[in-house]
Design a protein. Sequence first.
Lengths: 93, 93
Amino acid sequence: MVESIVGCKWSLHVLARIRQGIHRPGALRRSTRGLTTKVLNERLNKFLRFGIVERRVFAQVPPRVEYHFTAFGRKFIRLLDEIEKLQRDVRRG
Amino acid sequence: MVESIVGCKWSLHVLARIRQGIHRPGALRRSTRGLTTKVLNERLNKFLRFGIVERRVFAQVPPRVEYHFTAFGRKFIRLLDEIEKLQRDVRRG
DNA sequence: CAGTATCCAGACCGATACTG
DNA sequence: CAGTATCGGTCTGGATACTG
C-alpha cells in the first residue's frame, strides 16, 4: 500500500496541497504545475480506496467536490513527516 | 527520497530480507523470487546513497560483501512498520 | 467544475551476457 | 561471487479532447 501511494511522484505533492487547505480538484490541479486531471484523479481515487481521504459532494451548480483527510490519512502523513525529519537529521550528521 | 525508495516494488522485499538477516547479494537474490541482479543492485545502491544500509567488504576469495542497516536505516524501516500497523488497525475498523 | 477516455513517448524492469 | 551493460517489452503518466 505504501508502495502504491508513494510510488507515484505526484502523490506527495497532492497530499501536501490538501494539507495546506486546498480541497477542490480544480484548485489542486492549478496549484501543482505539471499535474494533469488524469493523474490527479488517479491519485485521489487511490487515496479514497485506501481510506486516506474522503470525498464530500455539495449539491450545487456548478458542482462542488472537496477531498479531506480521514483520521487514518492524518496519521499516515504524520508518519511520512517523521521520515522526512529523520532524513534531515541524518543529513546534518 | 521516500518516493525514490518505496517507488520500486522490490525495495520493501529487499529491506525485509536484510532485516531477516540475509546480508549477502547472492543470498538476497536467491531468497526473493523474480528479483534479478540488476534490480537488486539498483536498490542496494539507492539504499547506500540514502544511508539506509552500509556495505561491508571482506578481503577474501571468492569475494564476500554484506549489506547492513545503518542506524538511520533501522529507524526508517521502523516507521514503515508503523504505517503498516496503522493500516491494519484501519482495516479492522 | 468534476471526471473519464484515448493516444503515445518514455521510463522502468526483466532477461541475458559479460567483467573483475 | 559481486557487479555492470545492453536490449526489448510493458506500463506509467502527460497531452488532449470529451461527457455530465
